[in-house]
Design a protein around this ligand. Structure first.
Ligand SMILES: Nc1nc2c(ncn2[C@@H]2O[C@H](COP(=O)(O)OP(=O)(O)OP(=O)(O)O)[C@@H](O)[C@H]2O)c(=O)[nH]1
Ligand SMILES: [Mg+2]
Length: 657
């Protein structure tokens, strides 16, 4: 009657309600305040038998108008409704003492105000009215105006989760749903997902307060005309959600809120029945509850719900009469994790409780990352987390402590592999991924690419899909752009382990004047230490080359020294040799020396000119010249002769083109 007096609309929609003079189901009415603000009411039943309907209406609201009759005073259902409001953490409201024409409002008003003060509503404005005489209604309208002006503005780009409280068909339009939009904006044409069925629907039309709208932002009552779904597939308690922005989950960790009586007291361990109903928005699910310890519980729901961390849920014992859980009508609980890790082994529950107890009131990205160690950014935002840290790789977010530990584990794995098989190219990235139990290869590459040199455990370099360690204490040497992989096929590297001040010379670096790119660096990235027999065989090769630098050892000499392809590759990685196609082994600085000699030849020169000048055979001269072509040191003409290219930044010399 009060809502009708305020809005002129009758919220009791059903014939049975009018006949019996009581509200059974939710009712909807709205009015325009003198300020111009629209104010919509969701009228809920008072009778205890319809508490489920009451909770479906209360679930998504932003504020409450709490009504007590002057002549009846504080009633059991007043306490029940207030407990539900408190459990859901509703913070804004106004107290109305109605039927003030039948009794003095003072006593009811004082008691209600006192009860309300101890809840999430706190101190509220109170107004005495008579819906019959109209006395006090202007004051109530003014108080409602102040209340709506105080409400925080929800984010118009917030994630949409419209809990459906009504589903019906309109002839000619099809399926229509209504609900209280809490945040975000709905527009015709938008696609939403029905949770938990997870089917996609498109909004055909939007109405708010009886009128079509081009868009509606929360908080608002909305009616959506939907395409692609029939009324049979929808019902109260389902939700329309924005794809990707919610976690639809049936396992959650929660913190039980303290009840009004507990405020200021140390939290007592809460006895919680193992079967509960969970209410959020207009939804209800049955949950198995497992106390973890302290005020923390893990709930397993009989059907998935779209949830965010920080959501408030209400818990009731459906079996307990009269609607009391552990001596209380209901419990409030805050969702702390929407995809909690499984509890394994003894003490896992207690450990989880300790971990949750260390979290702030509203956990944030760093807390959840500490627990989950790695999360995809999309997963984290679907959990309702904001202010995400920058990803460590791709869209992966990592807990900094765990990440540092992974770096050490990776360094250890790479070192152990090198000890087992010193001549191998390194630990394959996929093998490292499996060994560290990481969900993505990109994570391994990012770990290896870690630039800062502060971590313990050594630095790692990724070349050609393999990881090897850069030993501590070895000097950081710049690597020629030709690098270990030779010219034209830049080494696949994820910016090795070099510290920033020793950045390897990359393609983007300005060439050092007077030095030719591609051959300036004689040293290569230090690789694993070679086993002694290999090292001494390589020394023998280098000794041969000291006198005749371009007379590469032939196959027989290599066999004699026991240098096979693996040993040669390992020596090259260690920076001791330069390998050219055809198993040509030369000193690391051979191309640079060759370039100096060739520059003194009359230009252009033939392959034979080069072979003679270098005092070598065609077997070596041809791959060496081709290497220099690819490195941009020489240019091959159509007639097979070659020219030295002008080194960038160096002065032109007479006689050289
Ligand atoms: N005299 C007087 N009677 C009132 C006033 N407001 C409501 N009533 C009467 O009180 C009774 C209950 O009013 P409702 O408006 O149905 O109360 P309600 O809180 O919606 O009740 P439920 O929805 O059934 O929980 C009805 O008989 C109304 O006519 C008032 O201000 N003065
Ligand atoms: Mg009513």
């Amino acid at each position: 009657m009060l809502v009708r007096a305020l809005t002129g609309m009758e919220p009791d929609r059903w014939e049975a309600e009018r006949r019996r003079g009581m509200t059974i189901d939710l009712g909807y009415a709205w009015t325009t305040l003198p300020s111009g603000d629209e104010l919509a009411f969701v009228d809920v039943p008072g009778h205890e038998r319809f508490i489920t309907n009451m909770l479906a209406g209360l679930g998504p609201v932003a504020a409450v108008m709490f009504v007590v009759a002057a002549d009846e005073g504080w009633m059991p259902q007043s306490a029940e409704h207030l407990a539900a409001i408190d459990a859901l953490g509703v913070r804004h409201g106004v107290l109305v003492v109605t039927r003030a024409d039948l009794a003095g409002p003072g006593p009811a008003l004082r008691q209600a105000a006192q009860e309300i003060a101890g809840t999430s509503l706190g101190e509220v404005e109170a107004v005495a009215v008579s819906a019959v005489t109209g006395e006090g209604l202007p004051e109530l309208t003014a108080a409602l105006g102040r209340l709506t002006a105080r409400l925080p503005l929800p984010d118009p780009r917030g994630a949409i989760r419209l809990w459906l409280d009504r589903v019906f068909a309109i002839k000619g339009s099809g399926t229509v749903v209504t609900g209280t939009l809490q945040a975000g904006t709905v527009r015709p044409g938008d696609e939403l997902t029905v949770a938990p069925a997870m089917r996609t629907v498109r909004i055909r039309g939007v109405q708010s307060l009886g009128a079509p709208a081009a868009q509606v932002g929360g908080v608002a009552r909305v009616a959506l005309n939907l395409r692609g779904v029939s009324t049979r597939e929808l019902g109260r308690g389902m939700a329309l959600i924005q794809p990707g922005r919610w976690t639809v989950t049936s396992v959650i960790d929660v913190r039980l809120a303290s009840a009004p009586g507990d405020r200021g007291q140390p939290p007592a361990p809460v006895p919680l029945p193992s079967r509960l109903t969970v209410h959020i928005g207009a939804a209800r699910a049955v949950a198995q509850a497992r106390m973890l310890g302290g005020r923390f519980a893990r709930l397993t729901l009989d059907r998935p719900l779209p949830l965010h961390i920080g959501d408030r849920v209400l818990l009731r014992d459906p079996g307990a009469a009269p609607d009391h859980v552990g001596g209380r009508p209901v419990f409030g609980a805050t969702v702390l994790d929407v995809s909690p890790p499984r509890l394994r082994g003894n003490g896992a529950a207690a450990a989880a409780a300790r971990e949750l107890a260390s979290w702030p009131e509203l956990p944030a990205a760093p807390d959840l990352l500490r627990r989950h160690r790695l999360l995809r950014a999309g997963q984290a935002s679907a959990m309702g987390l904001n202010d995400l840290p920058p990803p460590v790789a791709g869209d992966w977010l990592a807990d900094p402590g765990h990440w540092a530990q992974l770096r050490q584990s990776l360094a250890a794995a790479v070192a152990a592999h090198a000890a087992r098989d010193p001549l191998a190219s390194g630990l394959a990235i996929d093998a490292a991924r499996a060994e560290l139990g990481l969900p993505g290869r990109d994570l391994v590459e990012a770990l290896a690419a870690w630039q800062a040199n502060g971590g313990s455990g050594g630095r790692i370099e990724a070349v050609g899909g393999y990881l090897r360690s850069v030993e501590r204490g070895e000097p950081d040497q710049p690597e020629g752009a030709g690098g270990a992989a030779g010219p034209g096929q830049r080494a696949e590297r994820t910016a090795g382990g070099a510290a920033p001040e020793h950045r390897p010379a990359g393609a983007a670096d300005a060439p050092v004047p007077g030095r030719r790119p591609g051959i300036s660096g004689t040293a290569q990235a230090p690789g694993p230490r070679l086993p002694a027999p290999v090292a001494s065989a390589i020394q023998a090769v280098l000794a041969d080359l000291a006198d005749a630098p371009f007379r590469a050892p032939d196959a027989e000499r290599l066999r004699e020294l026991g240098i096979d392809a693996r040993a040669a590759a390992a020596a090259e990685r260690a920076g001791l040799l330069r390998r050219l196609p055809g198993n040509i082994l030369l000193a690391p600085d051979a191309p640079e020396r060759a370039a100096r000699i060739l520059a003194d030849l009359p230009q252009p020169f033939t392959t034979s000119d080069a072979r003679r000048a270098l005092d070598t055979s065609r077997r070596v001269a041809i791959p060496l010249l081709e290497w220099l072509d690819r490195a941009g040191v020489t240019r091959r003409l159509p007639d097979d002769r070659r020219l030295m290219r002008e080194p960038p930044g160096s002065p032109r010399r007479n006689g050289e083109q």
